[in-house]
Design a protein around this ligand. Structure first.
Ligand code: BJW
Ligand code: ZN
Length: 247
């Protein structure tokens, strides 16, 4: 049997990590994989629910056509998430926030596990599964404060509520991408962790960081479209790799 190669952080990257002042971390579904959250596209597979590929059910079109089915899909995922906890990757990232004078965490995940791990001021580009939003007036409701039951109607205007997440074909929350771009322009070190990096506009952030002179590091057990473009592509799992950076 062949022994698996031990993960190592290059001396160059250790030094950059030690000296950096402004750091940006962009995470995707892979950072939560060890916690038990299924990814969307990992391992050459696409998530399918009740015969529908996720990009069909998680789309603006489906909210218009069949909002109850969209709720059912998110209710199912919330029930799964209720039982899950952050893993060593979330915990390492939470420790990093106090290590650097400028630190920004941008996530595409809607699972809230970065918050649970102690990360503050997380930029959630794709919203949160723990909130509902009115289709008419955009008033929001915290589902956890409602005993994990989605609100039947908007408390402000009585209209339908929907999951407060960003589906395909929808705009990101106002200002979220702009703040992320600002951090990408200012960071010296940018980590891209556990994302296939194909969904825009999130996938543009590493491009912005690199174009602004940042050292770009990917952490992913698989190669992605971004790997070739990075200064270092660490082929490893987030939960094994990130704790190797001591703070
Ligand atoms: C591990 C690991 C371990 C495993 N450790 N790693 C330009 C060109 C073409 C199309 C577009 C474009 N610009 C915009 C678009 C359209 C579209 C888009 O990007 N499509 C692409 C597919 C091409 N974008 C949009 O629609 C966005 N809105 C927008 O652009 O608005 C402007 C606009 C509006 C209207 C008209 C015109 C313009 C919105 C995108 C919203 C995405 N939403 C989703 C669903 C959220 C709700 C839900 O959860 O259901 O967000 S899609 C899904 O993908 C989810 C994720 O956040 C997102 C990214 O996925 P992620 O995180 O990368 O996961 P995976 O599964 O793909 O990858 C996991 C990775 O982890 C793998 O690489 C594994 O190897 C790795 N891994 N174990 C580390 N242990
Ligand atoms: Zn309303």
């Amino acid at each position: 049997m062949q022994a698996s190669k031990a993960l190592e952080i290059s001396e160059n990257l250790r030094e950059r990590f030690a000296c950096a002042r402004n750091v940006l971390v962009l995470t995707g579904a892979g950072v939560s994989a060890e916690s038990g959250v299924p990814t969307f596209r990992g391992g050459g597979q696409t998530t399918v629910w009740k015969g529908m590929p996720f990009d069909v059910i998680s789309s603006a079109r489906m909210v218009e056509r069949d909002l109850p089915a969209v709720w059912e899909w998110f209710d199912y995922r919330r029930k799964l998430l209720e039982k899950l906890s952050p893993n060593p990757a979330h915990q390492a990232i939470a420790r990093w926030q106090d290590r650097f004078p400028g630190f920004t965490l941008v996530t595409q995940n809607i699972d809230g596990l970065h918050h649970t791990a102690g990360s503050r001021e997380v930029i959630e580009l794709h919203g949160s599964i723990w909130r509902a939003r009115c289709v008419a007036c955009s008033a929001r409701a915290d589902i956890r404060l409602l005993n994990d039951e989605r609100p039947p109607a908007c408390a402000e205007c009585g209209n339908y509520m929907r999951p407060d997440v960003v589906l395909f074909g929808e705009m990101l929350p106002a200002g979220a991408f702009e703040r992320a771009v600002e951090s990408a322009k200012n960071c010296e070190l940018c980590f891209v962790v556990g994302t296939s990096a194909i969904v825009y506009p999130a996938a543009a952030l590493p491009e912005v960081a690199r174009a602004s002179g940042a050292y770009l590091v990917e952490v992913n057990p698989e190669k992605t479209a971004l790997s070739e473009f990075c200064d270092e592509a660490i082929q490893g799992k987030a939960e094994k790799t990130l704790p190797l950076f001591c703070v």
